[in-house]
Design a protein around this ligand. Structure first.
Ligand code: 13P
Length: 305
C-alpha cells in the first residue's frame, strides 16, 4: 500500500497538517482520503450530549449560560442534546442560535413502542438532529445481549434497527449523528479498524451517497467515554481517517470528502484544540465538558484556531 501526495510517495504514518503545507490531495490505495477543497468545504460540527443530566428548569438555565458565552451555531454548527423530556424547553430557549439534538430516535414510525420517541415527534418540537447507536444506549438498551454487556452481539442483532432509525431521520428532515467505535477488548486485539468498518458497512447498507453526505459520523472509542481517558490525537485521527476511507470505498471519493466525521470520548477544554486540528476530525461529541458552559465555550473557540 502506498500513500501518494501530488505524485510523491510519502510514509503512511504521521499527521498530515493542512496549515502551512500546500497539499492538494492525499490518495491512499487509490482513494482520495483528503483534499484541500474538501477540508475547506466541511463545516465544523459540535454536539453537547448532556446524557441523563439536568431537569427541565436546569436545562433551560444551562442553555442560557451556554448562549451567554457567545457560543452559536454559525461556525461550527453547534447543537445541544438534552434529555428527551427537555428538548422543547431547550429548543424554545436557544431559538435559531443553536441546534437541538435528541439522544435517541425510534426505528418505528409510531405505535405500541413503550418508552420510545419517533422522529416525527422530535421534528415537531424543533429537534433537527438525533444521535444513533450511542454505546450507552446500546449497552443499557432493551436487548438481552446489551444487558450482559456483549455489545458485539447486540450490534449484530440490531444493525437493522439502526438502518430503520436512519431512515426515520431522513424522512423527517433530522440529521443523524451515527456513532461507531470499539471497546477495550477489541482495541487490545488490534481489531478496532475491522470492527468499525463492519459497523459502518452494516449500518449504512440502505443509505445512499446523497444521504451519507448529509450525515455526521461520530467515532467514539468506548474505552474513552466518561473515563477521562482520551484517544491520543494520532489514534483519533487514524480512526477518523479510516472512517473516511471506508465511506469513500462505499460511496466514492466525493461522499468521503463531504461527510463530517467527529470524535467523542473525554474531549475537554484542554485537549480539544489538538484533537480538532487533525485533518480528518471535523468536530466533537462532548459529554461531561458540555455541562460546563465555560469549558464548552473553550472547545467551541478551538475551532477557529
Ligand atoms: P465524555 O465526553 O463524557 O467522555 O462523553 C463522550 C460521549 O459519550 C459523548 O456522546
Amino acid at each position: 500500500m502506498s500513500l501518494i501526495v501530488n505524485g510523491t510517495e510519502i510514509p503512511a504514518t504521521g499527521t498530515i497538517k493542512f496549515n502551512g503545507v500546500s497539499l492538494e490531495k492525499v490518495i491512499f490505495d487509490g482513494v482520495i482520503v483528503w483534499s484541500k477543497e474538501a477540508i475547506m468545504s466541511r463545516k465544523g460540527f459540535l454536539c453537547g450530549n448532556w446524557k441523563m443530566n439536568k431537569t427541565w428548569d436546569e436545562s433551560i438555565a444551562l442553555a442560557q449560560e451556554i448562549l451567554a458565552t457567545g457560543v452559536n451555531t454559525t461556525n461550527p454548527e453547534t447543537v445541544l442534546a438534552p434529555a428527551t423530556c427537555n428538548l422543547k424547553a431547550v429548543a424554545d430557549t436557544v431559538g435559531t442560535n443553536l441546534g437541538v439534538c435528541s439522544q435517541f430516535v425510534s426505528n418505528a414510525t409510531n405505535g405500541a413502542y413503550t418508552g420510545q420517541v419517533s422522529a416525527a415527534m422530535l421534528a415537531n418540537v424543533g429537534c433537527k438532529y438525533a444521535i444513533i447507536n450511542h454505546s450507552e444506549t446500546t449497552y443499557f438498551g432493551l436487548t438481552p445481549e446489551a444487558v450482559t454487556g456483549n455489545e458485539q452481539a447486540s450490534f449484530y442483532n440490531n444493525f437493522n434497527i439502526i438502518a430503520g432509525q436512519l431512515g426515520q431521520c431522513f424522512q423527517n428532515n433530522i440529521t443523524p449523528i451515527l456513532c461507531c467505535g470499539e471497546n477495550l477488548t477489541i482495541r487490545e486485539k488490534w481489531a478496532h479498524k475491522t470492527w468499525v468498518e463492519y459497523q459502518l458497512r452494516m449500518s449504512l447498507a440502505s443509505i445512499t451517497a446523497d444521504q451519507v453526505e448529509k450525515m455526521i459520523i461520530a467515532y467514539e472509542p468506548i474505552w474513552a467515554i466518561g473515563t477521562g481517558k482520551t484517544a491520543t490525537p494520532a489514534e483519533a485521527e487514524e480512526m477518523c481517517s479510516h472512517v473516511r476511507t471506508v465511506i469513500s470505498e462505499m460511496y466514492g471519493s466525493s461522499a468521503g470528502d463531504q461527510v463530517r466525521i467527529i470524535y467523542g470520548g473525554s474531549m475537554n477544554a484542554k485537549n480539544a484544540s489538538e484533537l480538532l486540528s487533525q485533518t480528518n476530525i471535523d468536530g466533537g461529541l462532548i459529554g461531561g465538558a458540555s455541562l460546563k458552559p465555560a469549558d464548552f465555550a473553550t472547545i467551541w473557540n478551538a475551532f477557529s484556531k
